[in-house]
Design a protein around this ligand. Structure first.
Ligand SMILES: Cc1cc2nc3c(=O)[nH]c(=O)nc-3n(C[C@H](O)[C@H](O)[C@H](O)COP(=O)(O)OP(=O)(O)OC[C@H]3O[C@@H](n4cnc5c(N)ncnc54)[C@H](O)[C@@H]3O)c2cc1C
Length: 491
């Protein structure tokens, strides 16, 4: 028996393919420029045991393995980098294993996507708080946990999805299965907490970009979904970067997530999303100049909601030019964003208006809230400096949005939009790498790294030598033959 036969025996022929016409769809991601390499085998397991057997077989043949969730990664993380790749498509592992209403936790297989999961939880009056990434209609829990994802809703109140993970089952690069979190104790019957029983070894697998093992099941916190919410959208025509930052800082002083119930706070700078105008998305925003801020606050009590809304409105009025709305058509998108689950659609809509000709080469990063205006100005300067080079490769660049995280940080959504032109690809990659390096050296922090981001981290010597050596040793321990996602972080 060869590699294919041994793998097909584990899952059945129906769920294993060595055919290019099937496997070709797994060679792609959203970016238009990183190489599109067809994996030799695509395999679709349905259980942890099958994943473990797949990894053991891969070890026998020394074949590289690439785990893939929804395939929505923006930096090449779920694109194979060699033709020998066995791509493990996790989407059949999409079961909810337990909704534990006593412990306020849900246990799932990691191939489930965020919208499937939350649709089930809504029925019971719960949600995951952090609703995963903006791509949550397709992106899987395993992909989110590999990227420290957020942005798909609830970030200001609940932080990143990894902060809400209490238990994690991993198939290591050896095929061994380990569980991290409270289940590390053989006496714990049901997972309930991440920290304890010694150091936080689960952290090694969170935000690892699929390099340390394959995530098979996860337990996430769930929260009763508050029945009341309100939100406003404001226009900031003057100094939008500074004013939006001052607005959020003042809200933070009032305990914005704990006491004011802020669930999300977004800032969309003037006029573009990686080169496309926001008017494509929200028609009424087409006529405006300046940035837009919107927030959603939620509460378990109507009176508390009223009180919080009033406080927030008073602060927002100080820093904005005028309120937009009340309807979506008039520019207030918060009802759509929160009440109609637009938080997942907004990103899909943004990226779809870029296509079919233009696609994103994203460089999103995290910065302290207090620093985001300065960083946005620096990104504008980078754009001016590289205007000619961008023109030569038919690309545009810009900042699309700033999403607040709980406590003190935010995500800056930025990057290039570029075309699928073979002759221009090298030039786009060079500029893309240049923007990554620029941002990292300004002290910004990458969360989803993928192929390109993780490699720029190493090439630009972002880590000290000692740190990188330690990281390499941890990788060796988890995956001695370097079979899982080789190439990332230059492993
Ligand atoms: C429209 C759109 C909007 C987006 N918005 C956001 C956003 O708001 N915030 C954000 O963080 N990202 C965003 N992204 C990027 C990306 O979709 C997310 O980071 C998402 O969490 C990736 O999940 P996925 O299941 O699609 O992962 P994939 O792309 O399939 O994989 C991502 C990485 O995780 C690894 N991986 C996947 N599953 C597993 C597993 N079970 N075990 C081990 N490793 C695994 C892969 O090897 C790869 O390195 C967006 C993308 C799109 C297209």
């Amino acid at each position: 028996m060869g590699l294919y036969d041994e793998l097909a025996k584990i899952v059945g022929n129906k769920y294993c393919s060595d055919k290019d016409y099937i496997n070709i769809s797994y060679s792609r991601g959203l970016d238009p420029v990183l190489p599109e390499i067809i994996p030799q085998i695509v395999i679709r397991p349905e259980s942890t045991e099958q994943v473990s057997e797949i990894v053991r077989v891969a070890n026998k043949y020394k074949a590289p393995i690439l785990p893939r969730g929804g395939g929505c990664g923006l930096m090449g993380g779920s694109k194979p980098i060699s033709e020998e790749t066995i791509l493990v498509d996790m989407k059949r592992m999409n079961k909810i294993l337990d909704i534990d209403e006593d412990n306020h936790c849900v246990t799932v297989q990691c191939g489930i996507n965020w919208s499937q999961l939350n649709a089930r939880l809504f029925d019971k009056g719960y949600y995951t708080g952090n609703m995963g990434p903006g791509s949550g209609l397709a992106a899987a829990v395993g992909g989110g946990l590999s990227h420290h994802s957020g942005g798909g809703g609830g970030c200001a109140k609940y932080g990143e999805c990894t902060e809400n993970c209490v238990d994690l089952e991993i198939v290591l690069g050896t095929g061994e299965v380990l569980t991290f979190g409270s289940s590390a104790s053989q006496y714990v019957k049901k997972p309930f907490i991440r920290l304890g029983l010694g150091p936080d070894l689960m952290g090694i697998f969170l935000g690892d970009n699929g390099t340390m093992g394959i995530k098979t099941t996860a337990t996430l916190k769930i929260y009763p979904k508050p029945p009341y919410y309100a939100g406003k959208t404001y226009l900031l025509e003057k100094d939008p970067y500074e004013n939006s930052c001052n607005m959020v800082q003042e809200m933070m002083k009032m305990g914005w997530t704990n006491h004011l119930g802020i669930y999300d706070y977004f800032f969309t700078p003037p006029p573009s999303t990686m080169g496309i105008t926001v008017e494509n998305l929200i028609e009424s925003w087409g006529d405006i100049s300046g940035g837009v801020v919107f927030y959603v606050t939620e509460a378990y009590d109507e009176k508390i909601l009223e009180r919080n809304s009033e406080i927030l409105e008073n602060i927002a009025k100080k820093y904005s030019t005028r309120e937009l709305g009340p309807s979506k058509e008039e520019g207030n998108i918060t009802n759509w964003f929160y009440g109609e689950q637009g938080h997942w659609q907004i990103y899909h809509a943004l990226f779809s208006v870029m296509g079919p000709d233009y696609f994103a080469c994203t460089t999103e990063m995290k910065v302290p809230i207090v620093k985001f205006p300065e960083m946005l100005h620096k990104l504008d300067d980078w754009l001016t400096k590289n205007e000619e080079a961008l023109y030569e490769v038919d690309a545009e660049a810009g900042v699309s949005h700033v999403v607040m995280l709980d406590h003190n940080s935010c995500y800056i959504g930025s990057g290039l939009s570029a075309t699928h032109d073979e002759e221009l690809k090298e030039g786009v990659i060079e500029l893309w790498r240049n923007q990554f390096e620029f941002m990292l050296k300004e002290g910004m922090v990458l969360y989803m790294c993928g192929q390109i981001g993780s490699q720029v981290i190493i090439d630009s010597r972002v880590y000290s030598e000692e740190y990188y050596n330690f990281f390499k040793q941890v990788k060796k321990l988890c995956d001695p033959n370097n079979l899982i996602s080789p190439g990332k972080f230059r492993f």
